[in-house]
Design a binder for this molecule. Structure first.
Ligand SMILES: [Zn+2]
Length: 603
């Protein structure tokens, strides 16, 4: 439902009820709000509902950001992100939030708001959307463009209801919640902060943000809106903890642009800049620098090319057509007139820069005189691959510049002084640190205390743990909703759990050892010599001795267990005993613990 001063672009008012579902009214009264809250049932005078904040992700990790705000019969969902797996999740593609609570309450969902276009805020939409009962999703133009592109990859582009809103202008009425959006800097354009007016007061939700007075797109944070909200009285501020441990201010994108300019100015040969394809702001700066230095720009990397296309078609990225060249044409220009922007700043396996560094890129071969700039910092866990790529580039004769050498990157998340300023402007009654692991949330909590928020008004919770507000009082409750990791592996969503992961880890560490025993159905005796198959444990051809011994041991153990009166004919029990005893035998022989799998075939 939408109430508004302006009509949504491209939609006539009469279309809105159709597009935005039931209950739409253009001049909604407070009465109808009570109705949409479902409190007209006659029970509302007995118990007033609490305003609940339900975090489903992002409070114990950086990633899979998703939360719900609930009041009575209305739920507002904010973000649907994914997380990339860590090293103890072998084979997992993504981790997404557990939405069981929302599935059970999907009739209450009045809408989903996506704050910006990064995957840790949008990436779970294709997996979760249908389960939520296909709610209306609202976001800013660039975010909607990026979501659409991803939905196309899943063949879902026609199924998902996406509405474009203009940050700072459109106002949404979603059940009891009145949602205003405001411009907030990050490292992608069209990032939004939310001011949500609820029956308990105003919530300000600022998930990913920084203050930048000279951002790449020239549109700084709407400070006047922050000040206005502060004056109105805010019940609770939810704020980004990613960089809560870093003192000072975040470096402005402008300073990064200045450093990039100097580097490009001094480069004698070609310049290759690697960054994230979603860092649209950085890509803009690189284009600005290239134009000033009269260099042609070529893009390389599938996601880079796709995102640049979307962003430029939405004017979120301003490219003058005359500087663009195809990557296949770079050799038609003098080296000092060429700048290449590519993916692979994290040393990702099949990315453009990794292929360039390994000499496997079809069009780009690194040579002496090239300058390669990593305009990003390695995400923890990626340092090794980044170092390998750098080493390869150095070896080929390139000059390599990265963040430790110069300010060729700045974070998209606020440092301590900016976090303080945000709290100072909003002056919330309650403060809730979000977006980060527990230690970051706690450092952010301390910052809030330092700037005058009383300790008891700082609410730190875990994923799934509900925060409630009733009559101006706020608390972290003991009520929990499911918030486990849901793993995505290929086509499977949620079918890989801890047991499968444990097996994968065991097999990765010590391999697998399969014994196939063929048994006569009548006599219960072994018919042929047991077959042994192993992978990742020993190289069998070079360990015939051990295989021999193992085979003898299997025969001996089988005869022993099969003869046991209690186990007779109970193949499951015999298999368990074989597994245990063989495991011990193999450990004695090798000090390794492969996964042992006995198979008994009756003939
Ligand atoms: Zn982000």
């Amino acid at each position: 439902m939408i109430t508004r001063e302006r009509t949504l672009r491209g939609l006539r008012k009469t279309d809105l009820s159709k597009t935005f579902g039931r209950g739409y009214s253009n001049t909604q009264t407070s009465e109808s709000r009570v109705n949409t809250a479902g409190q007209a049932s006659g029970h509302n005078f007995l118990k007033k509902p609490a305003l609940r904040f339900i975090p489903l992700g992002g409070l114990e990790e950086v990633g899979k950001n998703m939360s719900a705000i609930e009041y009575g019969n209305d739920i507002l969902v904010i973000d649907m992100g994914l997380m990339f797996p860590n090293e103890d999740m072998p084979g997992i593609d993504y981790v997404i939030p557990d939405i069981n609570y929302l599935v059970e309450n999907k009739d209450k969902i009045r809408g989903v708001i996506i704050t910006h276009g990064h995957l840790d805020h949008t990436g779970a939409i294709p997996y979760l959307y249908d389960k939520l009962g296909s709610p209306q999703i609202y976001s800013a133009p660039l975010t909607v463009g990026l979501i659409k592109k991803r939905l196309e990859e899943f063949g879902l582009e026609n199924r998902v209801k996406l509405a474009t809103i203009t940050p700072g202008e459109d106002v949404l009425q979603l059940g009891v919640f009145k949602v205003e959006t405001f411009r907030l800097n990050h490292n992608i354009p069209d990032n939004m902060g939310l001011a949500i007016t609820t029956p308990e007061g105003i919530l300000v939700y600022a998930t990913d943000w920084k203050f930048d007075h000279t951002p790449a797109d020239g549109r700084p944070t709407d400070f006047s809106k922050l000040a206005v909200l502060g004056g109105q009285g805010v019940l609770a501020l939810f704020s980004d903890s990613t960089n809560a441990q870093k003192p000072g201010h975040t470096i402005s994108e402008k300073e990064v642009e200045d450093v990039l300019f100097k580097l490009v100015e001094n480069a004698r040969g070609r310049v290759i800049i690697a960054t994230f394809s979603t860092l649209i702001s950085r890509i803009q700066q690189i284009l600005n620098v290239a134009r000033k230095m009269n260099r042609k720009v070529a893009f390389s990397g599938r996601s880079m090319i796709a995102n640049v296309e979307i962003a430029s078609s939405l004017k979120a990225l301003i490219i003058s057509a005359d500087i663009m060249i195809d990557v296949g044409d770079i050799n038609k220009f003098p080296d000092n007139r060429v700048l290449i922007v590519c993916t692979g700043s994290q040393g990702e396996e099949r990315s453009a820069l990794t292929r360039i560094a390994a000499g496997e890129h079809r069009q780009i071969k690194v040579k002496k005189g090239d300058t390669v700039i990593f305009s990003s910092s390695p995400i923890p866990g990626n340092e090794r691959s980044v170092n390998d790529v750098m080493d390869n580039l150095f070896r080929e004769g390139a000059r390599v510049i990265y963040q430790k050498l110069m300010d060729v990157h700045t974070s998209g998340h606020a440092y301590q002084e900016d976090l303080k300023l945000m709290i100072g402007l909003i002056k919330p009654k309650f403060f809730i640190p979000i977006h980060g692991e527990r230690h970051k949330l706690m450092v952010h909590a301390q910052i809030a205390e330092d700037v005058g928020i009383p300790e008891e008004n700082i609410l730190v919770s875990d994923n799934g743990q509900i925060i409630e507000f009733v009559d101006g009082r706020g608390s972290v409750t003991n009520k929990r909703v499911p918030a486990s990791y849901v793993m995505v592996d290929g086509l499977g969503v949620g079918d890989v759990g801890n047991i499968v992961l444990r097996d994968r880890k065991a097999m990765a560490a010590d391999g697998i050892f399969v014994v196939i025993v063929t048994v006569n159905h009548e006599t219960g005796q072994i018919v042929t010599s047991p077959d042994i198959i192993s992978r990742g444990f020993i190289y069998m051809r070079e360990n015939e001795n051990l295989v021999h011994k193992a085979r003898a041991e299997v025969k001996r153990l089988f005869a022993k267990h099969a003869a046991d009166r209690k186990a007779r004919g109970d193949w499951a029990l015999i298999k368990t005993k074989l597994r245990e005893d063989l495991g011990k035998f193999l450990y004695r022989e090798t000090e390794r613990r492969p996964m042992v799998i006995p198979v008994i075939i009756e003939v």
